[in-house]
Design a protein around this ligand. Structure first.
Ligand SMILES: [Mn+2]
Length: 313
């Protein structure tokens, strides 16, 4: 994906250029990219002469570091404020419900739900879109803005371990050259609660490879029991961190089976193969590289058996 071709949609520029009053809204259960892009857009709009705040009532404690308090506002945006969705593939997943005027996202399946303007373009993180946006609005990218944009890239690549492409490194180089605090961001992203490392070791021990596919595609299964997070005193949301380093070394599929009170949730991630046939066989769906399945009322053993059966096809 060429960075040179990544130019902001003119209607989005028009909507943001007028020096107005903006409410920037990320998705529920925000990740580091959602928060970095919300903060970054807010800083850009303020530097361009507008008023802007991030409306994100739902930020997990483990991600509070990824959103500066000084850009945040409480409650609903006031009437007349221009609502801008960021990094949110579906309107129903916005932290503040309702229509937005402007919609900026890097998920290619975003249907374009902005009433006034939409800019949906593939990029390694949503924050990548904000670098050309800042340039188009005449806002220099440096200091805290550069760091906020770099943060999104670190988040969506799990600190340059997954979803990697040459473009990811090109964006990183531009943001590093703009003065982003790369070392500090990596340090902060890698911080976990003391119990996390024991939890991760247990997760690694539980992983096994499943043979039996006619296609020869490697499939690694990671079954996580319901009580494991509690045993290791994880912080809320910390168990949602993807153990992306457990991908089969030669590519293929990573199946994380998280047992909960109501059943087992599958997160299917893939490198280089379409994971959807497997997801569909289990009654789930999603995207070719990232799909989900929910098996209700079953435990881990039943879920693993269902996965074995579906994989054997
Ligand atoms: Mn993102």
């Amino acid at each position: 994906m060429g960075q040179d071709r990544l130019l902001p949609d003119p209607a989005v520029l028009d909507a943001l250029r007028v020096g107005g009053d903006f409410a920037v809204i990320p998705h529920v259960l925000p990740d580091v990219d959602a928060l970095g892009s919300a903060e970054g857009l807010c800083r850009i709009l303020r530097a361009a002469g507008g008023r802007a705040s991030v409306h994100a009532p739902d930020v997990p404690d483990i991600y509070r570091w990824a959103l500066a308090p000084e850009v945040c506002a409480d409650g609903e945006p006031a009437p007349g404020v221009t609502r801008v969705a960021i990094d949110t593939a579906r309107q129903a997943r916005l932290q503040i419900p309702g229509r937005v005027a402007v919609n900026i996202d890097h998920h290619e399946d975003n249907p374009g739900f902005g009433a006034q303007a939409n800019w949906v373009a593939a990029a390694p993180s949503c924050t990548c879109l904000l670098l050309p946006l800042a340039e188009a609005l005449g806002v220099p990218v440096r200091g805290e803005l550069a760091t906020a944009l770099y943060r999104g890239l670190v988040g969506d690549t799990e600190c340059f371990r997954v979803n990697l492409s040459p473009a990811a490194f090109l964006w990183a180089a531009r943001l590093a050259a703009a003065g982003a605090d790369c070392a500090g961001t990596a340090e902060r992203f890698g911080q976990r609660s003391p119990g996390f490392w024991g939890y991760l070791a247990a997760v690694e021990r539980a992983a096994f490879d499943l043979a039996g596919s006619a296609s020869g595609v490697p499939l690694r299964v990671v079954p996580i029991p319901a009580d494991l997070a509690g045993c290791h005193a994880l912080l809320p949301y910390e168990h949602a961190l993807l153990p992306g380093h457990l991908f089969p070394p030669e590519g293929g599929i990573l199946a994380i089976l998280q047992e909960g009170q109501g059943g087992v949730r599958f997160r299917l991630r893939s490198r280089g193969v379409d994971v959807l046939p497997l997801a569909h066989a289990l009654g789930g769906g999603g995207h070719p590289q990232a799909a989900g399945v929910q098996l209700v009322g079953v435990g881990l053993d039943t879920a693993v058996a269902a996965l074995r059966a579906a994989w054997a096809g």
